[in-house]
Design a protein around this ligand. Structure first.
Ligand code: NAI
Length: 318
């Protein structure tokens, strides 16, 4: 195979996440072929990619040594699935979060002739990989590669194998993620929510109790995260935090373990967030960020996330 072929990445679906993957791979010099069923969607995806990249380059936040024009030159589009998949070394599916749709798209990809070492990855947020790949001939190469939004500013990618996924395929995906500057974590086996959404679900569970049962107002709850816990967790995880906040994890457990368990025993049963408490929460959030200002708030977040990412990379170099 020639160099161009060795460098080809196939991306299925050109929405929010497909565009993000396209930019990530193209910024590292891979040749991206973006596929969608809707030709107009591909055209607007290219326009949006250009706008997003321009904004990053203008603010000096690009994560590539290539020029904007070079990055753009690494992205092309097609409405023919076979053309997207053929010759690709890695295929990242980003179609809407619908199990039947994803199964069908993967069955079509499975039918295209691809070399044995091609990685099949889905961006799914919540569907465990066994439920998307049991019907595939090449299911041993299939896994979840779940990015965190927004992927250009949030480097973590969860790699989740199905019971039949070959370790070598996971290793190839891990290596590729590292080449494009993402930070992969690899699960040993699948579980609902993977890691990030599971932890997030636990946080929301407790936060909902605190607000809905009126222990604290939403502003204070948000402050506890942004001015308190978030400071640690932007740099380290919960076990490391415990380890150094006492004289090691064992000491921390001895001192605070029973307290933690006592608090956990007061966690309520999971419930849907609805009713008057949800309406009040919505009103409070609306006051904070009105629905018609969400895009501004996203930009506010992105500027901060990107500054933090740059700071972290700088600190890591010291
Ligand atoms: P989206 O709705 O923005 O984009 C989906 C794209 O797939 C559209 O361009 C659509 O035209 C295209 N499409 C529909 N049917 C298709 C088919 N049969 N073949 C090819 N393309 C097809 O969705 P989004 O947000 O990009 O999500 C994609 C996947 O990424 C979902 O599985 C989602 O759960 C996951 N994800 C989403 C995140 C988010 O924050 N939005 C974060 C991480 C993962």
């Amino acid at each position: 195979a020639d160099t161009a072929t060795m460098n080809k990445i196939g991306i299925i679906g050109s929405g929010l996440i497909g565009k993000s993957w396209a930019m990530l791979f193209a910024c590292s010099g891979y040749d991206v072929m973006l596929y969608d069923v809707i030709s107009d969607q591909l055209q607007s995806a290219l326009v949006d990619i250009e706008a997003q990249l321009s904004a990053l380059y203008k603010e000096g936040l690009q994560r590539s040594s290539l020029t904007l024009a070079e990055v753009k030159g690494h992205i092309c589009t097609t409405t023919i699935l076979e053309e997207c998949v053929t010759g690709a070394i890695y295929i990242q599916e980003c179609v809407p979060e619908n199990r039947d749709l994803k199964r069908d798209v993967w069955r079509q990809i499975d039918d295209v002739i691809t070399p044995d070492d091609v990685v099949f990855a889905t961006s799914t947020s919540a569907i465990v990989p066994s439920l998307l790949s049991d019907h595939l001939k090449k299911r041993h190469r299939f896994m979840v590669a779940h990015p965190a939004n927004p992927p250009l500013l949030n480097p973590m990618v969860e790699l989740v194998p199905a019971p039949w996924t070959e370790p070598a395929a996971v290793e190839r995906a891990r290596a590729l993620m590292e080449v494009i500057g993402q930070v992969p974590i690899v699960l040993n086996k699948e579980i609902d929510g993977f890691v990030q959404a599971r932890i997030q679900a636990a946080i929301i569970h407790v936060a909902w109790q605190l607000v809905s049962e009126d222990y604290v107002d939403v502003e204070s709850l948000e402050t506890a995260m942004s001015e308190g816990l978030g400071g640690w967790y932007a740099f380290m995880g919960p076990f490391d935090v415990k380890h150094i906040n006492a004289n090691g994890f064992v000491d921390s457990n001895k001192k605070y373990g029973a307290m933690v368990e006592q608090v956990q025993k007061t966690f309520p049963k999971p419930e849907l967030m609805q009713g008057p408490a949800a309406e009040k929460l919505t009103r409070d959030l609306e006051q904070w960020t009105p629905s018609n200002r969400l895009a501004d708030r996203c930009r506010w977040r992105d500027r901060r996330m990107s500054a933090l990412l740059q700071l972290k990379r700088k600190l890591d170099e010291e």
